[in-house]
Design a protein around this ligand. Sequence first.
Ligand code: PLP
Length: 422
Amino acid sequence: MRDYESFPPLEVIAAQGSRLHLAGGRTLIDAISSWWCKNLGHGHPRLRAALSRQMDRFEHVILANTTNEVIVSLSERLAALAPGLNHVFYAGDGSTAVEVAAKMALHAKKIQGGGESRFLALENGYHGETALTLALGDLGLYREAYREILPPVSFLRGLPYVDSDTHPLWSDCSEAWPALERQLQANLAGLCAVVVEPILQGAGGMRFYSADFLRRLRAWTKQHGVYLIADEILSGFGRTGTMLACEHAGIVPDLVCVSKGLTAGWLAMSAVLVPDAIYDLFYAGYGEGRDFLHSNTYAGNALAAAVALETLNVYRDEDILGQVHRGQPELRAAMERVAAATGCLKNVRCLGAVAAAELTGPGTGQGKRAGFRVYQEAVARGALLRTLGDTVYWLLPLNAESGVLAELEGITTQAIQAVLKA
Ligand SMILES: *Cc1c(COP(=O)(O)O)cnc(C)c1O
């Protein structure tokens, strides 16, 4: 709050594509897709038209006991994202989707009579801001103040992190696996589910980990009857180059949570993809403790659903995954040029439409706020380049206009130089 005294909030008056327009006439590149959700940039005309068509019909009607064409089409399209995940549960935001998935897993275990109730998650993971999802996250900063109300969760440590999909560990993590498997075995008693951000961990520092690890984790959870919950809220909808990040490992989890990219950041909506096996458990009996009684006021909101459905159409018609795929080499090269030009970045990494690195050298580290100062310098030069501690990252819209990346590269280089070479 106090930072606003010296660095007032930016007044946005319009936004188009990758750019934000500010009062006073300046424009900024939205280098982080406005908290990672504006996958198709700002103001996409087809999404605006879809929203406006739906506004002419109706905006929001309770989804319990009602149906409509848009929600049916959207559900069919979402059910086709992962083989076997044939059912869709709607919620309002990302945190709630993870909360729903965790509750569903716990409840499903109870119905089956085992009653396993513990959760295991990954180091550096982040899953949202509700008490349960904070507990599933490994970020002390976010959770510490609420410790007393968080259920105990164990974390798997020593993940095989990689800098790209060509890193040796990406397709073979056999050396790291035994230590990870030992931790899994030690946590097996009473274990209900393992919760992961597949491949890409966002809030924990824009890290990528081995696809082979995810494949092995899926095999282990299947073997031991433990649910695997994939939080694809950031990684889904093409951010890592595939529609779902789980596809990198060729796996299908038990439950998948999507949100951010689902409506391309137009309206709050989330969904949990559910397999027949879990759906059927809840199907049977009214009054037998088998009802999944979770309802959010705005679940399946008609305006959000209309935009989500059109988002999927745009992905198809504009070959968004192809754009990500073709852009990846240049994205990495650009971040590597920033590292070379400044000499102040280490651990450069890139996958899909995400590139990241850590600031390094004198002036960085605990308490120096180098990341925050780079952010300020970048804003002064024309990019909303938010940092995570000392981690600098680019997370542009997947369809960023040509020229935007080159401009962002220049701004990032200058901003880092201004802070660390002064
Ligand atoms: C953003 C995010 C969430 C939380 O979503 P909200 O809509 O902010 O509640 C959960 N998990 C991951 C991986 C996210 O990136």
